[in-house]
Design a protein around this ligand. Structure first.
Ligand code: PMP
Length: 427
């Protein structure tokens, strides 16, 4: 038995499913999750001392590689001063200034400790600000696990929410309208019916939780227009895309500015940080300036701020995002060529440092329906084949892949060589 197998058995005694977040359990691909003990640059090392080229990067934060020296150094330096005070510290202002400098929509920002907290708080703010209850989200977009957002779509343009999970009250889910990503007509139609009751639209500007699906031209612009027309708040959930698809996030990349933005992952440099912010006129409604309540014992924690600030400063070095995008393009083009060579129906997407792999005969993927129609069993075989070859991909066909700038051309070529062998087994 490998150490991962015995650790997984032990973990299941007191941890539900043996994991502290469900996707880690390998449910989507089968098999035993790998237990890791260290990471360095593009590599992670498991408890059995095997090395993997990592394309998860802790689900996004490790955009400059694992144990990135400036981040480790910043945390180490801060450590000796104590772990936090639950009171203001200077670094929080430096961090807020930096985030507002980099992200086009940010005039004010509040730090929290996870992406879920960021989206939950942004939704409450949008509701408090507009005095409206309904929210609009898109099928296949994930915004964390707060009650209002754990709602699935039914069919049709305007589907009143049905809870996605036991424990989400139907009365609350009923306020969530779930529409079709990349289908601006469905949004226009819904707003024509209930637009004056909609507090906000929340969207992943590049969908990264149904594999990786970029917005079609006009979709984000259309959402902006509709929100302006109906006085609803436009929220870009940039927990995944923030500082990744471009320094200023997807809003900078696509040139569409939301009213509020939520951030997570990269902003903490690997420590637990989220943030929400945007227009001053809206953010002024947050306590203690305004009546919409939001708080956090560990919000703005000095260690987390030190890690995040070191990360953001490092990302400001010129050329980083161009390199990331070039690497994603090299990898996805290489995989496509190999799949074609082996006659495997396959297509890819990529934006900046994120990418998607789809086992499908469709030419391109722009919708949730197309993403879910892909061959997930084949993806599972591909995943396990790559894992055996020492390449760690997300253990689900519905997650985006993440590159880091620590991935060298040699790492990408080694990944392609592995894929050549695995595609051969799949054909
Ligand atoms: N929004 C998006 C777009 C996400 O991808 C995630 C997590 N993957 C979240 C929100 C929730 O963030 P967290 O897991 O930090 O709560």
């Amino acid at each position: 038995m490998s150490r991962s197998e015995s650790l997984f058995q032990a973990a299941q005694v007191h941890i539900p499913g043996g994991v502290n977040s469900p996707v880690r359990a390998f449910k989507g691909v089968g098999g035993t999750p790998i237990f890791f003990k260290s990471g360095q640059g593009a590599y992670i090392f498991d408890e059995d001392d095997r090395r993997y080229i990592d394309y998860i990067g802790s689900w996004g934060p490790m955009i400059l590689g694992h144990a990135f020296p400036p981040v480790i150094e910043a945390v180490r330096k801060t450590l000796d001063n104590g772990l936090g005070f639950g009171a203001p510290t200077a670094i929080e202002t430096t961090m807020a200034d930096k985030v507002c400098e980099l992200v086009p929509s940010m005039e004010m920002v509040r730090m929290v400790s996870s992406g879920t907290e960021a989206t939950m708080s942004a939704i409450r703010l949008a509701r408090g600000y507009t005095g409206r209850d309904k929210i609009v989200k898109f099928e296949g977009c994930y915004h964390g696990h707060s009650d209002s957002l754990l709602v699935k779509a039914g069919s049709g343009a305007l589907t009143l929410g049905e809870p996605n999970s036991p424990g989400v009250p139907e009365a609350l889910a009923a306020h969530t309208i779930t529409l079709t990503f990349n289908d601006i007509e469905s949004v226009k139609q819904a707003f024509a019916e209930v637009g004056d009751q909609v507090a906000c639209i929340i969207v992943e500007p590049v969908a990264g939780n149904m594999n990786c699906i970029p917005p079609v031209p006009g979709f984000l612009e259309g959402l902006r227009e509709i929100c302006d027309q109906y006085g609803s708040v436009l929220i870009f959930d940039e927990v995944m895309t923030g500082f990744r698809v471009a320094l200023g996030g997807a809003q900078a990349h696509y040139g569409v500015t939301p009213d509020l933005t939520t951030l997570g992952k990269v902003i903490g440099g690997g420590l637990p940080v989220g943030a929400f912010g945007g227009k001053k006129a809206i953010m002024s409604h947050i306590a203690p300036l305004g009546p919409v309540y939001q708080a956090g014992t560990l919000s703005g924690n000095p260690l987390a701020m030190a890690a995040g600030l070191a990360m953001l400063n490092a990302l400001c070095e010129p050329g980083i995002h161009e390199q990331l995008a070039a690497k994603s393009e090299y990898l996805t083009a290489g995989l496509q060529a190999l799949a074609d060579k082996h006659g495997i129906p396959f297509t890819t997407t990529c934006v900046g440092g994120m990418f998607g792999l789809f086992f499908t005969s469709a030419e391109s993927i722009t919708s949730f329906a197309e993403a879910t129609a892909c061959d997930t069993a084949r993806f599972g075989r591909f995943f396990h084949g790559m894992l055996e070859q020492g390449v760690y991909l997300a253990p689900s066909a519905f997650e985006a892949g993440f590159l880091s700038n620590a991935h060298t051309e040699a790492d990408l070529d080694a990944t392609l060589a592995a894929a050549d062998q695995v595609f051969a087994q799949l054909s």
